[in-house]
Ligand binder design. Structure first.
Ligand code: FES
Length: 345
């Protein structure tokens, strides 16, 4: 049987793989890095078929690291980089791919001892006749006349660099949110966050510190129907109109103890402490102690939403987000219309 001729090999120097599986880094960061490499390739003319230094860059599925991403590997050098952001990529591109000096701080794995990497373009390496590729900034040195659309591409890549730098600086943390003030809507707004988080399959819960006289509020019914929402209330009938304030204070502290246990062990993404401000306002809890406890024990990524009037200044100072509800108009004040099911409760 006649042997089939194989396809012609178009030589290239290096192959880059960027993990785009999404577990080691957000996929959009990997894609942004990929676009930057392509833009760099274009600008350095390392995308040209005839260039033996040509760089291929491929978004790959999981590279088997799954942490510390974005992960970028360079072959045939066998060098694996991690935590590659826009700035790191610029360094890798310039120092490693162009100048031949791998960026040691970003390397986490080498297939070969340093300096013993395989030659990446065997026909060319050591060829004195090959001019080195000069490094060029992304925007300034682009010549639109010679390559239509180059300016737009370079500007887009530069914008991507800026976006990545902004993303890098964007920190995430579990927030302490306080809804306070005289107006209505404090608990309602907190429940809006709860619903949003529930919709994202986050673990959510509510601790109600004051048991209202009518304890079958619409939100409690909704939580039962939605499922997967922990609803803890103080239980047995104490209210802020209680005649026995000692008992009330004792029950509030009891509920705080339950709440502390849930904060530490509950695994919540979002937990609402409904009407918690009263415990601080009435002095049933030592505010400074409670806040110090939260500072020491709240899981970093847990969002806590505290509602209630009279948020004390130390709580406001401690919180990340504080909203004060202010009544502008109220149906009872103006028209004598009382609270209605589905609206107020
Ligand atoms: S998800 Fe990136 S290496 Fe596995």
């Amino acid at each position: 049987m006649a042997e089939k001729a194989g396809p012609n090999m178009r030589k290239y120097g290096r192959q880059l793989f960027i993990c785009n599986h999404g577990d080691c880094a957000p996929a959009e960061e990997d894609e942004a890095l990929h676009r930057l490499v392509l833009e760099r390739n274009r600008q350095q003319q390392l995308n040209r078929l005839g260039n033996p230094h040509r760089i291929k860059c491929t978004l790959a599925d999981c590279l088997g690291v799954c942490q510390g991403g974005p992960i970028l590997v360079v072959y045939p050098d066998g060098i694996w980089y991690h935590g590659v952001d826009a700035e790191g990529l610029e360094r890798i591109y310039r120092e490693h791919l162009i100048e031949g000096n791998p960026v040691e701080e970003l390397i986490f794995h080498r297939h070969f001892p340093g300096g013993e990497e395989p030659a990446y373009a065997p026909l060319v390496r050591g060829d004195e006749g090959l001019a080195p590729i000069p490094w060029a900034p992304l925007v300034e040195e682009t010549e639109p006349e010679s390559e239509p659309g180059a300016v737009e591409g370079a500007e887009e890549a530069a914008a991507e660099l800026r976006r990545m730098a902004a993303r890098r600086n964007r920190r995430k943390k579990g927030l302490l949110i306080v809804n306070t003030g005289e107006g209505k809507g404090k608990t309602t707004a907190a429940l809006g966050i709860l619903t949003r988080a529930w919709g994202r399959r986050m673990k959510v819960g509510v601790v109600q510190f004051l048991k209202h006289e009518s304890a079958r509020f619409g939100e409690i019914r909704a939580a039962e129907r939605m499922g997967e929402i922990d609803w803890i209330s103080s239980g047995d009938g104490w209210t802020w109109t209680s005649d026995d304030m000692d008992d009330t204070a004792a029950r509030a502290r009891q509920t705080w103890a339950v709440c502390q246990e849930r904060i530490v062990n509950g695994g919540y993404d979002v937990l609402i402490l409904d009407e918690f401000t009263y415990l601080l306002h009435y002095g049933w809890l030592d505010g400074n102690e409670a806040l110090a406890w939260l500072e020491a024990n709240k899981p970093t990524m847990m969002h806590l939403v505290i509602t209630g009037r009279y948020a004390p200044q130390n709580l406001i100072d401690f919180a990340d987000l504080v909203t004060e509800m202010r009544a502008v108009k109220h149906p009872f004040e103006e028209q004598g219309i009382r609270a209605q099911a589905g609206i107020e409760y």
